[in-house]
Design a protein around this ligand. Structure first.
Ligand code: UN1
Length: 479
C-alpha cells in the first residue's frame, strides 16, 4: 500500500517514495511512503495559513469534541494501532498497544484542556484601568518527531497545538511514518477543518530544514538528537521572523542503586529502564550507578534477569525485547560495544547479534561493568540496549556521578532510605526524578522535559504544554 502526504485535507504525492521496513523481518514491507519536496512544505504551510483564521476562532467545544472523538477512536483501535506501531518500529506488541493507549489518553487530556482556557483579570496600578492577561494561539506550528515513539510523541505535540487553536505542519520520522499517518487520518476524520493539520513525510535534512526556514511557520517543536536540535534552534533564531522553539533531545540517564535498596525493585526498574523498548528511549537508564555493598549482588541478579528475557519478533506476543530499529542503529550499538571493550569496561553479559527465524536487527541486551564515568559509553547517548554499571563508594559519590553528565532528562534512585530519596529528589540535576521506579515510562498528564543538553524551551505535556503553544496578550482597558 502507498501512503501520500496529507495537505489541506487531500492526498499529495510529493517526489518518489520510501519503503517502510519491519525491523523484525526485513522481508516485510509495510508500505511505501511519499517523500515531500520543499514545494510540498510550501503547500502545507499555505494550507495551514488558510485554515488558521477559522481554527483560531473556533470555540473550545469544537476543539474538545474533535480531540475527544480522535481519542475515542485511537483507544477503540488500540490493538490494531499498537500492532502497526510494533511492526514498523520494533517495540513489542505490549509496548506498541501501551503506546497507542497513551496517545489516546493524551488526546483526551488535551480535549479537556481545550475547555480550560481561562485568562486573568488583574487590577491595574492606575485608576480606572483593568488589565486582562489572555493566551492566543502562536499560529502555524511545525512539529518534527522521532521514530522511537511514533504515535505518542506526535499525539503529545499535535493535541496541545490543536487544543490551543494552532494549525500544524507535521513531519514524522522517516523510519516510522505509518503510525503518524494513521493518527493524522484519525484526527482529520474526527472533524478537523481541512488544512488545520498537514502531514509532510521525508528526511529531516530536506523537509525539516524547509520547515525551519519557512517564514510562514511561527514555532517548531522537535524531539530527536542533540546535534539536530542544535541546528534547528540556530535555524529558528536565524529565520525571519524568529521562531519559537521547543527541543527534547538526548539523555544519559543515571539510575542509582544504594546498598539499602530492595534488590528486586532495583533490578526490575533497571531492566525496564535500560532495556525495554530495546533501550531506544531518551529516558533510558544507560548508567547504573551502584554502591559497593550491593554491587556484586545487583550485577549477578541483572545477568540472570537479562539472560531470561525473550528477544525476538516484536509481533510475537511472547517477545519481551524487540529488534533494534534498523541497520544503522544496530551498527551504532555494535560500535559502542567495541568502544566500551576498547576503553577497558567488562562486557558482563550480552552484546551478541542474534539470529531468529526471520531476518531482523536482533541484538542481545548488553551489560557493561567496571565502567568509569569518563568513558565514552558513560558519556554519549547510545540509544540501544546497552547499559553501563559504574561502581561507587557511597551515596555522595553516586549523586556526583549521576550529575556529572552533559544531559539532564531523567534520574532514578533505588533506596529504602527516605533521607537519601529526598536528598536525591532535590539535588539530581534532571527534569524528572524517579524514586524506586524506572527512569523511563512517564505519565501523560504532567510535564515532561529535562535540563542541560536534554531540553530547550518550555516543557511538554500536562498543563504546562500551553507555554509553548500559546502566546500571552496583556490588554489594558480604561473604563
Ligand atoms: C517515556 O519514557 O515514557 O524520545 C517517554 C523519548 C522521550 C519519550 C520517553 N521523548 O524517548
Amino acid at each position: 500500500m502507498h501512503y501520500d502526504n496529507i495537505i489541506g485535507g487531500d492526498a499529495a504525492p510529493g517526489d518518489g517514495s520510501v519503503e517502510n521496513i519491519n525491523p523484525s523481518d526485513t522481508r516485510d514491507v509495510i508500505g511505501t511512503f511519499a517523500r515531500a519536496r520543499p514545494e510540498d512544505v510550501d503547500s502545507a504551510v499555505a494550507a495551514a495559513r488558510a485554515a488558521l483564521p477559522r481554527w483560531c476562532a473556533s470555540l473550545p467545544g469544537e476543539r474538545h469534541d474533535i480531540l475527544r472523538r480522535a481519542s475515542d477512536e485511537v483507544l477503540a483501535r488500540k490493538d490494531e494501532l499498537g500492532r502497526a506501531l510494533a511492526r514498523e518500529e520494533g517495540k513489542t506488541l505490549a509496548e506498541g498497544v501501551g503506546e497507542a493507549v497513551r496517545a489516546g489518553q493524551v488526546l483526551a487530556f488535551f480535549a479537556g484542556e481545550a475547555l480550560r482556557q481561562a485568562g486573568e483579570l488583574v487590577p491595574s496600578v492606575r485608576p480606572g484601568v483593568e488589565v486582562a492577561v489572555t493566551r492566543e494561539p502562536v499560529g502555524v506550528v511545525g512539529i518534527v518527531t522521532p521514530w522511537n515513539f511514533p504515535i505518542a510523541i506526535p499525539a503529545w505535540k499535535i493535541a496541545p497545538a490543536l487544543a490551543w487553536g494552532n494549525a500544524v505542519v507535521f513531519k514524522p520520522a522517516e523510519l516510522a511514518p505509518h503510525s503518524a499517518w494513521l493518527l493524522v487520518e484519525i484526527l482529520n476524520r474526527a472533524g478537523l477543518p481541512d488544512g488545520v493539520l498537514n502531514l509532510v513525510m521525508g528526511q529531516g535534512r530536506q523537509v525539516g530544514q524547509a520547515m525551519v526556514n519557512h517564514p510562514g511557520i511561527e514555532a517548531i517543536s522537535f524531539t530527536g538528537s542533540v546535534a539536530t536540535g542544535r541546528g534547528i534552534a540556530a535555524g529558528c533564531v536565524a529565520a525571519t521572523p524568529m521562531k519559537k522553539v521547543q527541543l527534547e533531545m538526548g539523555g544519559k540517564n543515571p539510575f542509582v542503586v544504594l546498598d539499602d535498596a530492595d534488590l528486586d525493585t532495583a533490578v526490575e526498574a533497571a531492566v525496564h529502564g535500560a532495556f525495554f523498548s530495546t533501550g531506544q528511549r531518551c529516558t533510558a537508564s544507560s548508567r547504573l550507578i551502584v554502591t559497593e555493598g550491593i554491587h556484586d549482588r545487583f550485577v549477578a541478579a541483572m545477568r540472570d534477569r537479562i539472560a531470561a528475557m525473550r528477544i525476538g519478533n516484536a509481533l510475537d506476543p511472547e517477545t519481551q525485547i524487540g529488534p533494534v530499529v534498523d541497520e544503522r542503529q544496530l551498527a551504532t550499538d555494535e560500535e559502542y560495544l567495541a568502544i566500551g571493550r576498547g576503553e577497558g569496561a567488562t562486557l558482563a553479559h550480552g552484546g551478541r547479534r542474534l539470529e531468529r527465524d526471520a531476518p531482523g536487527f536482533y541484538l542481545e541486551p548488553a551489560l557493561f561493568t567496571e565502567v568509569r564515568n569518563d568513558m565514552r559509553i558513560a558519556r554519549e547517548e547510545i540509544f540501544g540496549p546497552v547499559a553501563a554499571v559504574i561502581r561507587v563508594r557511597n551515596y555522595e559519590e553516586a549523586l556526583d556521578v549521576a550529575n556529572d553528565t552533559e544531559f539532564g532528562l531523567s534520574a532514578g534512585i533505588a533506596t529504602t532510605s527516605l533521607k537519601h530519596a529526598t536528598h536525591f529528589r532535590r539535588h539530581a540535576q534532571a527534569g524528572m526524578v524517579m524514586v524506586n521506579l524506572p527512569t523511563a515510562g512517564v505519565d501523560y498528564h504532567v510535564p515532561f522535559g529535562g535540563r542541560k543538553a536534554s531540553s530547550y524551551g518550555p516543557r511538554e505535556q500536562g498543563v504546562l504544554a500551553r507555554e509553548f503553544y500559546t502566546i500571552v496578550k496583556t490588554a489594558y482597558v480604561a473604563s
